[in-house]
Design a protein around this ligand. Structure first.
Ligand code: SAH
Length: 367
């Protein structure tokens, strides 16, 4: 695996020269091809509740945002989305919601159990910070993976933008370790360009991806939401002059590329937030610099707009069937393949580099 020093990571994070950046992206793309191959996995996203009891300073779902109409999908609606995932050929559904205490552990477990019994889908949960007992119950019910971004590895910044639920509330990094113990595949991740985030913080995020040996790594630009303290400028975490990172497409792509180089076998999505800041090309850009996963939205269109983590989300009015068509078209236009099956980490390794091999790879295989 590529060794890359701390100094080099910081240099890459500050790099602006387009020809040097092309080298970084090409490197990441080679690592991607070698370790996870050309398949791009589709994970159908079901945003099933926008209720949230937390006060995260960056997120539009925060409880104090009274301008948002809240919704909670019924069991039947969620199961309908799972059936649609199967008919659209997806291997995984991601059930995501705000931290909504009305979603009882038993109710979630029942839904997970139904999906696992009735469909071949892998189930990923992304429900924020829940108790160890709840996480264990869902694992027993058959949940395969859990997504919990730690947002930033900088503890001071994290505490400033992510108030604890209670004084002894859990730490997301500790929870990721707990999830691993329970046998989940674990996904972490960060936002890029958070006010108060320095280049050193981003380098720390990359180190943390490795230290946790994450199975999935989600990296998206921070997008200001005007109804939040961070997005309105009311909260301004301090940062040394010249050290503030930005939430640009370039900075996000550098982080995706470095994450791929440092964590070659991880599943890395090209995120909706990246597609939001560059509606024409963002999704493809991520796939060209190391990503191997996309998350088409399965949330019924009438709820989509209400799951407003940040404003002007990409594909907000697109029906699930259209989302599917569009993403498949983008994947094919890049000369890549649509993955089949659950697409767990490690699954692709035996095929990596052998899917549609180039002539030089064929020679190597034959030799
Ligand atoms: N409640 C769950 C899942 C919903 S939020 C949880 O907290 O894990 C999903 C992700 O959206 C967050 O982890 C965060 O990384 C991202 N997000 C929230 N607000 C954002 C913003 N303003 N800009 C970009 N991404 C944001």
């Amino acid at each position: 695996m590529a060794e890359i020093s701390e100094r080099e990571i910081l240099d890459w994070l500050r790099e602006r020269d387009p020809s040097r950046l092309r080298e970084l992206y090409a490197w990441a793309d080679r690592v991607r091809k070698e370790h996870v191959g050309d398949a791009i996995h589709l994970r159908g996203l079901i945003e099933f509740s926008s209720h949230c009891i937390r006060q995260c300073m960056y997120c539009g779902l925060r409880q104090a945002n009274s301008s948002l109409t809240r919704y909670r999908m019924s069991r039947e609606e969620i199961l309908g989305c799972a059936r649609q995932a199967v008919s659209l050929g997806y291997g995984t559904v991601v059930m995501q919601a705000g931290e909504d205490d009305a979603l009882t552990a038993e109710w979630i477990a029942e839904i997970v159990g139904w999906i696992k019994r009735e469909t071949p889908l892998a189930v990923t949960l992304s429900l924020g910070e829940r108790t160890a007992a709840e996480l264990a119950l869902w694992r027993e019910a058959g949940a395969d993976r859990y997504l919990l971004r730690f947002e930033t590895s900088d503890e001071k910044l994290y505490r400033a933008i992510h108030p604890r639920r209670s004084p002894d509330g859990p730490d997301r990094i500790a929870l990721l370790r707990e999830l691993r113990q329970l046998g989940y595949e674990i996904g972490g991740g960060v936002m890029v360009g958070i006010p108060g985030q320095s280049y050193e913080c981003l380098a720390g995020d990359l180190r943390t991806f490795r230290a946790l040996d994450l199975d999935m790594i989600g990296i998206g630009p921070y997008i200001a939401h005007p109804m939040t303290p961070l997005g309105s400028g009311q909260l301004r975490p301090p940062v040394a002059p010249g050290e503030q990172t930005d939430g640009s497409e370039e900075m996000t792509c550098k982080m995706v590329a470095l994450a791929r180089i440092l964590c070659p076998t991880a599943n890395i999505p090209s995120t909706t937030a990246l597609a939001t800041i560059d509606k024409a090309n963002g999704r493809k850009q991520g796939l060209l610099v190391g990503a191997n996963v996309v998350m088409p939205n399965l949330t019924p269109v009438q709820y989509r707009r209400l799951y407003e983590i940040y404003p002007a989300k990409a594909c907000i009015d697109e029906k699930p069937v259209d989302c599917n068509q569009c993403l498949r078209g983008q994947i094919h236009s890049l000369g890549r393949l649509v993955g089949t099956g659950p697409g767990s980490r490690g699954e692709a390794e035996e095929f990596a580099g052998l899917i549609e091999p180039s002539d030089s790879q064929l020679v190597q295989v034959q030799a």
